[in-house]
Design a protein around this ligand. Structure first.
Ligand code: SF4
Ligand code: ZN
Length: 319
């Protein structure tokens, strides 16, 4: 098939837009979408220090590449890359190595922090502790917390997350399905207690991020986390892909519809307090991360784990 814009050989057919695009016009289209979202949400401000959450997968490597391409000439901006090692045996190590090499090829300082060192527990520990919840619920909450803490320590003013259109649509539907409307309303809101999180890839479909990475020779790891398929998010992902196949554009309409809903509703008035354990901003007396760590500590009778636990975030409170 031929590119709808120039007649050259097409590399993709975008069913939702009805366009065939050649390599050049496809790469332009992705970059245009990223620039448009950055402008729409005023993601970048003067003198920002942008901490990019870099996992070594296709999305975050593409994000770092595009941020450097679009903003790399700006002398007022700084970039750092942060990788989190959740402690998932046989999965994360290779990705971290990718992340390290890629950040270094773009001259971006790279930092790695691990759950085990910071909290005393890994995602594997949680998965083996006998909880009913899927490991993702623990892993996601702690990753967010560690990223925020380390970005703050490094002096970052923005945290860039590589959520693509599929991730955004999944998050919206997930929160609907869980009936978590407070969270839904908070998704795009900013609180000064937290470093603003920006998502420049939020309107690029996941498949297009992958194609972009391949066409630009961005190295990325394709391994899948062994816990992914246990999560509700994975079921939602499958469901959305199935609907999208029959009704192209449904992911866009879900995310755009959510944005309109948020505009119509009053801003959520939730009071933030300090977590009694770690001292960080929290919606309740004990933040979700500390609550999970406490549950895990109770379940883990092993003395070694307890010793390690005391070395982590709890020591900050005791000190
Ligand atoms: Fe963590 Fe779940 Fe992601 Fe695996 S799939 S890294 S357990 S959040
Ligand atoms: Zn806490």
């Amino acid at each position: 098939m031929k590119c709808s814009k120039c007649g050259k050989k097409a590399v993709i057919y975008q069913k939702y837009s009805g366009l065939y695009l050649c390599k050049e016009h496809f790469l332009d289209d992705v970059e245009r979408k990223v620039r448009a979202e950055m402008r729409r949400f005023r993601m970048i401000e003067r003198n920002d220090c942008i901490a990019v959450a870099l996992s070594g997968g296709k999305d975050s490597s593409t994000l770092l590449f595009l941020l450097k391409k679009i903003l790399g000439h700006r002398e007022d901006l700084e970039f750092v890359a942060i990788s989190i090692n959740e402690g998932i045996k046989g999965y994360r190590e290779k990705m971290l190595e990718n992340a390290r090499k890629f950040a270094s090829s773009l001259n971006v300082p790279h930092f790695v922090f691990s759950f085990k060192e910071e909290f005393g527990f890994s995602t594997d520990d949680f998965a083996n502790a006998g909880f009913e919840q899927a490991p993702c619920s623990f892993c996601g909450v702690l990753r967010r917390k560690l990223l925020e803490r380390k970005a703050r320590e490094l002096g970052a003013t923005k945290i860039a997350i590589a959520h693509n259109l599929d991730d955004e649509a999944q998050t919206v539907l997930l929160n609907y399905l869980k009936g978590d409307f407070e969270r839904l309303l908070r998704l795009n809101s900013r609180r000064e207690e937290f470093i603003p999180r920006i998502k420049p890839l939020r309107s690029v479909p996941e498949k297009e991020v992958a194609l972009f990475a391949i066409l630009k020779n961005i190295p990325f790891s394709v391994s899948e986390c062994p816990y992914l398929r246990k999560s509700l998010r994975f079921s939602v992902k499958k469901l959305l892909n199935e609907i999208e196949r029959q009704h192209a554009g449904i992911k866009y309409s879900l995310v755009r519809g959510y944005e309109r809903l948020v505009e119509l509703l009053p801003k959520p008035a939730f009071e933030l307090q300090r977590c009694e354990i770690c001292g960080e901003p929290s919606a309740s007396k004990i933040c979700k991360a500390c609550e999970m760590l406490l549950r895990l500590q109770k379940l883990t009778k092993n003395n070694k784990s307890k010793r390690e636990f005391n070395k982590g975030s709890f020591r900050r409170f005791d000190a």
